[in-house]
Design a protein around this ligand. Structure first.
Ligand SMILES: O=P(O)(O)OC[C@H]1O[C@@H](O)[C@H](O)[C@@H](O)[C@@H]1O
Length: 260
């Protein structure tokens, strides 16, 4: 059970940590690359490709990384490219159309365990929170999920692009959020479901890097820098409320589970 006492801030990834939207992204990427790779005569797209090459990274970086895995290079294009354009930006924008359609038709409900964790943090009153997401859709997702008012600091894909902040797995977006909160990295927790995200937390030397396994795999999350891994944030509510004898355990923690 991690010890949150020496920690002053919790920095949350969004998709797959607070909301189940990693699945929506995954589905939209699969729609794009299943067709695109087949048309290009490349090895077929597989679900594992999402976790290895795309998960957690900014949109166009995900496209570049996936194409590079199949030895394909495309012109970069620009963010205003239409979805039909055969450019990195065009392909990313094609995928974004699918993502936005699903968001508009299905809406999004946050993970109940994540809401319980946020409630327990708010009840303590001594821990600040922020969202750090690679997604340019982060504000729309937070609004749709009813969570936007809980976060005074949001460093998302729009902010990073506007300010030229390098995306995950670089630590810079997390460091920026910690700086905005006035909390040193060593006293902040990074909460992530993607290997690129835990790698960012590790590279930034954060006090605790907490993995949430929504499909990336606990071993991979630990290999990329997680100190401990849970399958849902409700497992950690006892650590915040002091009810640590409630029997909740992390399911794959191999680190010491405490702030470094
Ligand atoms: O295309 P967007 O909404 O800006 O999102 C970029 C990335 O955002 C991350 O949060 C997701 O894990 C990725 O799957 C997604 O590709």
């Amino acid at each position: 059970m991690p010890d949150f006492d020496p920690l002053d801030a919790v920095l949350f990834d969004l998709d797959g940590v607070l909301t189940p939207t990693a699945e929506v992204h995954m589905h939209a990427w699969a729609r794009l690359f299943t067709d695109y790779l087949a048309g290009a005569g490349a090895a077929p797209y597989q679900e594992s490709d999402y976790f290895t090459y795309i998960d957690g990274k900014p949109r166009y970086e995900g496209v570049r990384s996936m194409l590079a895995s199949r030895g394909i290079t495309l012109p970069e294009g620009t963010p205003d490219d239409p979805p039909e354009a055969e450019t990195v930006c065009g392909l990313g924008n094609r995928k974004n159309g699918v993502f936005m359609d699903v968001l508009a038709s299905d809406g999004v409900a946050p993970y109940p365990g994540s809401v319980a964790f946020l409630d327990a943090l708010a009840a303590r009153g001594d821990v600040q929170v922020a969202v750090v997401s690679s997604s340019k859709n982060a504000r729309s997702v937070l609004t749709a999920a009813g969570l936007i008012d809980r976060f005074a600091v949001i460093v998302d894909g729009e902010v990073a692009a506007a300010r030229g902040i390098p995306g995950k797995p670089n630590p810079d977006t997390y460091l920026d959020a910690a700086a905005q909160l006035g909390v040193p990295a060593a006293r902040a927790v990074v909460v992530e479901d993607a290997t690129s995200g835990v790698a960012a937390g590790r590279a930034g030397d954060f006090g605790l890097v907490l993995g949430v396994d929504r499909g990336a795999g606990a071993e991979d999350l630990i290999a990329h820098g997680a100190d401990t891994v849970v399958s849902d944030l409700d497992e950690l509510v006892p650590a915040l409320t002091g009810a640590t004898d409630a029997g909740a355990e992390s399911d794959a923690g191999t680190g010491d589970g405490a702030a470094r």
